[in-house]
Design a protein around this ligand. Structure first.
Ligand SMILES: [Zn+2]
Length: 499
């Protein structure tokens, strides 16, 4: 997955992971965008028949090779893709010892970890550049083109993974080869980790496994993740670059009521379904308190300046970004859209319901699933305690179904944000907007292990044409080459001795 939240005057879109193709919500202004988008020309996608530079040709060839390798959970293998990328690197001059294809015994899905070594006597801690090799399933009959044949057509590259996230894999491998061939000496090791299991189809998660079993290979000062934080195109225009610096924490509870039951002809006052329903009603009515952090304050502050024509929305965004957020502005923003609301607080919502065993029997059991997306830093126990207090009925048993993996926000350090700002200004001259994702990515394993993660993809996405996990997945050809240049320059900026 790779999409974060956007709020750009005309509207926003948000796609979350790991569920395939789950476009969460589209508000009215965004619908307007969708309808009008077709009226705009897309100058960025204009195709040219020019001869490619050596660097563009390399990054294209690697991309083509990766798209043509099936890495789905069902019939594919990330080992084949990892080995192909390892070969590219060793052919590009990397010693085999610095290029590892690695994973648990008997798995068909291995990971690639490669290292461009620094030459300094006292190098700083490495930088990890991360993307996943696995892709979501794609059926030929659902697509107008073969999803596993790289196709360039009308200014776009088509194929499963073009957007999520083989573009990032190919760009990272090409960047390492380019840096190596230029004889570039970073002031710290640059580690590229291309992993498996992000989309859920693999037998394990590569990032989690590497951290548990080979921490030395992937340990770094921070991670740059290709899989989130996109530069954004709106109506044919490049408008901003988001940086995913935080993500909410996923945790699921079960609410359960048991009862002796009996014959439905003799109802009792105490009924499991009624009790559960009443409890859920109280959960529905409850709103967790607003809770802003460094990232979400920065998001609202930047969003405020991006609202076309200013207005109340812009004022409210600026007001909640202040150290003491304005309560009326908080109320209006929370009510204005599920996206703003989810940025402002922990949310818990009932998602599944079961109960009863016969139409003519009093229910002996009723249960509901409640899924929470918790503001980073809030302990799971605190959320469970709040639910218990809100439910206010000891007959309703609350238990954890999917425990939380804590994922603390990554600090917006001048070292990282400064480099991103400089490269963005130099190449594109658009604003940089830090964001908290309401879903979760592989970044959470690093964050949980104490390593900050910044989602910084180089490839522009058109928020009116997001096809990740969907049919005829694609990215703009020029957007791809520009993204490769961006990541190359960012890698240098972050590891440059000149600073
Ligand atoms: Zn992804």
């Amino acid at each position: 997955m790779r999409f974060t939240c956007y709020a750009l005057g005309l509207g926003w879109g948000h796609l979350t992971q790991p569920t395939p193709g789950r476009l969460l919500f589209v508000n009215r202004p965004m619908v307007f965008c969708l309808i009008t988008a077709a009226l705009f020309a897309r100058p960025l996608a204009a195709q040219t028949e020019k001869k490619l530079s050596v660097n563009d040709q390399r990054v294209r060839d690697i991309f083509e090779q990766l798209i043509n390798i099936n890495t789905t959970g069902s019939s594919g293998s990330t080992t084949i893709a990892a080995q192909a990328m390892a070969d590219r690197l060793t052919q590009g001059g990397f010693p085999p010892a610095d290029v590892q294809v690695i994973g648990p015994a008997n798995s068909k899905n291995y990971n690639l970890v490669a290292r461009l070594r620094s030459t300094g006597t006292r190098p700083q801690k490495p930088i990890v550049l991360l993307a996943h090799l696995d892709v979501v399933e794609a059926r030929r009959e659902d697509w107008s083109l073969d999803p596993f044949t790289f196709t360039e057509k009308d200014g776009f590259f088509y194929g499963r993974g073009t957007l999520d996230i083989k573009d990032g894999d190919a760009i990272l491998v090409a960047t390492l080869v380019r840096l190596k061939q230029e004889g570039y000496k970073p002031n710290r090791d640059l580690i590229v980790a291309l992993t498996t299991g992000e989309e859920g189809g693999s037998d394990y998660n590569g990032v989690e496994w590497l951290l548990q079993n080979h921490r030395d290979l992937v340990d770094g000062a921070f991670v740059i993740n290709m899989d989130s934080g996109d530069p954004v195109i709106l109506n044919g225009k490049r408008v901003m670059r988001s940086v995913q610096a935080s993500e909410k924490v996923y945790v699921t509870f079960k609410l359960e009521v048991h009862n002796p039951g009996g014959h439905s002809s003799l109802p009792t006052k105490d009924n499991a379904i009624y009790r559960l329903a009443a409890a859920l009603g109280r959960v529905a009515a409850y709103e967790f308190p607003a809770q802003l952090n460094e990232i979400t304050r920065a998001t609202f502050e930047r969003w405020a300046t991006l609202q076309q024509g200013g207005g109340q929305l812009a004022l409210d965004m600026a007001a909640v970004a202040r150290p003491t957020p304005d309560s009326a502005a908080l109320r209006r923003l929370s009510d204005a859209s599920p996206l703003y609301n989810a940025q402002l607080r922990t949310t818990c919502v009932a998602t599944e319901l079961t109960g009863g065993h016969a139409e003519n029997a009093l229910p002996q059991m009723a249960a509901a699933t409640v899924n929470c997306r918790v503001m980073p830093g809030t302990p799971q126990d605190e959320v469970q305690g709040t639910l218990a207090r809100v439910v206010n009925d000891t007959a309703v048993k609350i238990s954890v179904v999917s425990p939380a993996t804590p994922s603390p926000p990554s600090p917006l350090t001048p070292e990282v944000m400064g480099a991103i700002e400089r490269v963005t200004k130099r190449l594109w001259n658009i604003p940089v907007v830090p964001v908290m994702e309401t879903g979760a990515t592989d970044g959470l394993y690093f964050r949980n292990a104490g390593v900050p993660v910044y989602g910084v993809s180089g490839v522009f996405v058109d928020i009116n044409d997001i096809r990740a996990h969907g049919r005829d997945e694609r990215i703009g050809v020029q957007d791809y080459y520009d993204g490769a240049e961006y990541i190359y320059q960012l890698a240098k900026e972050l590891s440059s001795t000149a600073r």
